[in-house]
Design a protein around this ligand. Structure first.
Ligand code: 5GP
Ligand code: ZN
Length: 114
């Protein structure tokens, strides 16, 4: 997807503050953090959202959730608690139409959903 900002970050065409990378996932710091720890775990493959995930991506989905757990540990929020979120579509508040999981922590997070 040539006009997708996260594809461009994955391709290193525009910079991202990388905290982890493997063949399937790039993890970066969010440019506008909502918490002291705010990471984005981005699939290297362009998938628009969780709605477009198919059975062939099952392994990737497991991998990215295990990575969320590992990065929470690495960034020191595993014990205190954290949140893993993926927004889907317009009413889900998804701004970037390329599948990504937020890992948020380092403060007491609010429980409001709007
Ligand atoms: P969404 O609303 O799609 O779930 O979240 C998109 C997130 O991507 C937002 O938290 C926003 O701050 C972040 N973001 C948007 N553009 C960039 C960028 O160019 N670099 C980084 N590091 N984060 C971005
Ligand atoms: Zn993309």
């Amino acid at each position: 997807m040539s006009d997708c900002i996260f594809c461009k970050i994955v391709a290193k065409e525009i910079p991202g503050e990388t905290v982890y990378e493997d063949d399937q996932v790039l993890a970066i710091k969010d440019i506008n953090p909502q918490a002291p720890v705010h990471l984005l775990l981005i699939t290297k493959k362009h998938i628009t959202s969780l709605n477009e995930v198919s059975s062939e991506d099952e392994g990737l989905m497991g991998h990215i959730l295990m990575l969320a757990q590992k990065l929470a540990q690495k960034f020191g929020v595993a014990e205190s608690g954290y949140r893993v979120v993926t927004n889907i579509g317009k009413e889900g508040g998804q701004a970037v139409p390329h599948l990504h999981f937020h890992v948020l922590g380092g403060k007491a997070l609010g429980v409001h959903i709007d």
